[in-house]
Design a protein around this ligand. Structure first.
Ligand SMILES: [Fe+2]
Length: 663
């Protein structure tokens, strides 16, 4: 283990120094191993991209805003210590809502419904404080207990505004808002690896009290996380919930008080965005989340699979339904796939009529990143593929590889394969033969981003939503990959679900513009199920109503919608129109509605807003320091040859892949 940690540090140091060398120089050609990682440096004042040797572009800071960054730094001392922030998670269905939070006090947890002024108007819901899952934090030789509180509230009705307070340390919190959304047609946000603190080891451009400490990087990544969520929600104000595919935080270990403190601070940063008081978040356990109770204490997941065999310290598989969709979240740090199958069977038997089935887990079994898609990310492939195929999942959402990719529709080859352990040599011929053979790539979908009643499952890999760490794409694109991209910028996806279609659109998080994958392939992908002419008629009617909003939308975007409606009417009026034509017309209207541009659309305001109750404190001395950068560059040039030699030697030694090694 110590050796693995040493390897990891070596790799990070190598990457950081060589990356610095590259950004500073344009003529040197050693880059293949060194540029696996990059980050979004919130301290940087420039968004100008730097083109690397492989043609990719590293953006220094997509959220460059010195004023907002300065405010964030000033407030950080308050943000980092706020261990008691509540997280909303989806309930077992849309009629319920779950809450989880830490308190300093041993007490009966409760959530009560109020009006906007905090006057009690509704029921008070009581929950459970699990003292067996107690956590703590130690700083300046003072240890404070953190009591985990869980409450669920019931009776939620759709499209309703609720106000609530949660009980905290003998009193009630301030009043927060939760707006339930429609369940027949709804949108969810899908994000990958926020991993607060994962930029640790990158080349800092500031000098201050935190520089080169883990907390310096947690502060950086939490700032970006807040920016990404604010942008995504501003562009998509009616999100039903958020899906996070694991690695919410970076500090894996809790074997010392220092590391426990680091992890708690990272969770404080992760939970900081005010959106998380108002929008539930469904997460899965990433390898970085798996080793401590903090995950299960913060996230009150519904239908927790306590029967799970081999569960992680962090918690269990779980599932929930929303509208016509079933969401199953499994912990792939647990390599016992039979137990995951048991949970999936249980979920499906609970919701046998779910029209859409979505599975989420962390380790990408069909991804395209350089760091995991040919190593630990694929170890589970032979075992999970037939389970996923048989269960009929439409979509699988993955994380772990910090790149964007979408697979073709994939099915199982129906054969049985040997299960592999975490330490299998993924480069061995025996392993590669089995994994190469376990899936079928379904045909006739290579050139389209819309599929109708497809067989098999599509697998998505989400890039980093914070920019805390990016990986390169793997050199050779796998045959199962339909689209992939490393934009070196934070991204998020929005999944729109209704009774006819499910669409996943992926966006640049800073601009809210749709991401275009390598080769100009659009990232929007739509699965259509059972669309009838009556559905098309309703869609035409819905779209026609929007045409009257001439003041709300730009003329060009309305003209486009009008054109699409006219074409759809031709399809609708033609008795000979087949299901493909009807489906195409239906989704084209959906696309045109999604593409409507508000007339008063302003540039996205990414400014950080100070917390209302923030106590202004003297911040550390900060600021870009050219001398530091110069020293780094000189050190990089002097050190790069030695480190490259060490790095290459180290890579040759790394034949066994273990989960502990995952970064
Ligand atoms: Fe990660």
């Amino acid at each position: 283990m110590k050796k693995m940690v040493g390897n990891k540090i070596l790799k990070k140091v190598t990457a950081a120094i060589l990356a610095t060398t590259f950004i500073a120089s344009s003529g040197y050609s050693i880059y293949a191993a060194s540029l696996r990682e990059s980050w979004n440096n919130a301290a940087s004042t420039t968004t100008t991209g730097t083109t690397l040797q492989d043609g990719s572009v590293v953006y220094s800071n997509v959220y460059a805003d010195p004023t907002a960054w300065a405010s964030w730094k000033t407030d950080w001392d308050k943000i980092r210590k706020n261990y008691e922030q509540v997280a909303l998670t989806p309930g077992k269905d849309a009629s319920e809502l779950n809450f989880g939070w830490y308190s300093y006090t041993e007490e009966t947890p409760a959530v009560r419904l109020t009006d906007s002024q905090g006057n009690v108007t509704g029921q008070t819901f009581y929950g459970v404080q699990d003292k067996n899952s107690l956590s703590s934090v130690t700083e300046n030789a003072v240890t404070t207990n953190l009591y985990p509180n869980k409450v669920k509230i019931t009776g939620i009705t759709k499209a309703t505004t609720y106000y609530y307070q949660y009980f905290l340390d003998g009193g009630w919190s301030e009043t927060f808002t939760y707006k339930s959304q429609n369940t027949d047609a709804f949108s969810v946000l899908y994000v990958g690896d926020p991993q607060i603190g994962a930029s640790v080891g990158q080349a800092a451009t500031e000098t201050n009290a935190f520089t080169n400490t883990t907390e310096y990087y947690a502060r950086n990544d939490a700032y970006n996380w807040n920016q990404t969520l604010n942008n995504a929600i501003k562009a998509n104000p009616k999100l039903s919930f958020i899906l996070s595919a694991g690695d919410q935080i970076n500090q894996t270990s809790v074997d010392s008080a220092v590391k426990i403190l680091e992890q708690q601070v990272e969770y404080s940063g992760f939970l900081y965005p005010s959106a998380l008081r108002s929008i539930p978040i469904a997460t899965v356990i990433g390898n970085h989340d798996s080793g401590s109770v903090n995950y299960k204490n913060h996230f009150n997941n519904p239908n927790s699979f306590t029967e799970e065999v081999g569960a992680s310290t962090a918690g269990n598989d779980y599932f929930f339904s929303y509208g016509d969709a079933l969401f199953v979240c499994i912990n792939t740090n647990n390599y016992n796939c039979q137990t995951h199958k048991d949970l999936i069977d249980k979920a499906i038997s609970a919701y046998p009529n779910a029209k859409w089935k979505v599975l989420m887990f962390h380790q990408d079994i069909y991804g395209s990143g350089a760091d995991h898609s040919d190593s630990d990310g694929m170890i589970l492939r032979t075992q999970l593929t037939p389970i996923i195929d048989k269960a009929g999942f439409d979509v699988v959402l993955q994380g772990h590889d910090h790149t964007y990719s979408r697979s073709y529709q994939i099915s199982s080859d129906s054969n049985t394969y040997t299960a592999f352990g975490k330490t299998v040599d993924t480069k061995s011929s025996a392993f590669l033969t089995q994994n190469a053979a376990c899936y079928n790539i379904l045909t006739n979908i290579a050139s389209t981003n819309k599929v109708i009643n497809p067989k098999g499952t599509v697998y998505f890999e989400a890039n980093s939503s914070t920019g805390s760490k990016f990986y390169q794409l793997i050199t050779t694109q796998q045959n199962y990959i339909a689209a992939r991209s490393q934009s070196w910028k934070p991204t998020y996806s929005v999944i729109d679900i209704n009774d006819v279609s499910l669409t996943v659109r992926t966006y640049d998080a800073a601009t809210n513009k749709e991401l275009v994958a390598d080769g100009g392939i659009q990232t929007a992908y739509t699965i259509v199920k059972s669309v009838e002419k009556t559905n098309l008629e309703s869609k035409i009617s819905e779209a026609t109503n929007l045409l009257s909003d001439t003041s709300k939308y730009t003329q060009d975007s309305l003209a486009n919608l009008q054109k699409v409606i006219a074409a759809a009417k031709v399809i609708f009026d033609n008795a000979e129109s087949n299901s493909v034509a009807v489906a195409s017309a239906y989704t084209s209207i959906d696309d045109a509605i999604k593409a409507l541009i508000n007339s008063d659309a302003q540039a996205v305001n990414t400014s950080y807003v100070q917390p209302a109750a923030a106590t202004q404190q003297a911040g550390p001395v900060t600021g870009d320091n050219p001398m530091t950068l110069y020293i780094c560059l000189v050190m990089a040039v002097l050190s790069s040859s030695l480190l490259i030699t060490m790095y290459v030697a180290d890579r040759k030694k790394r034949k066994a892949i273990s989960n502990d090694e995952c970064i």
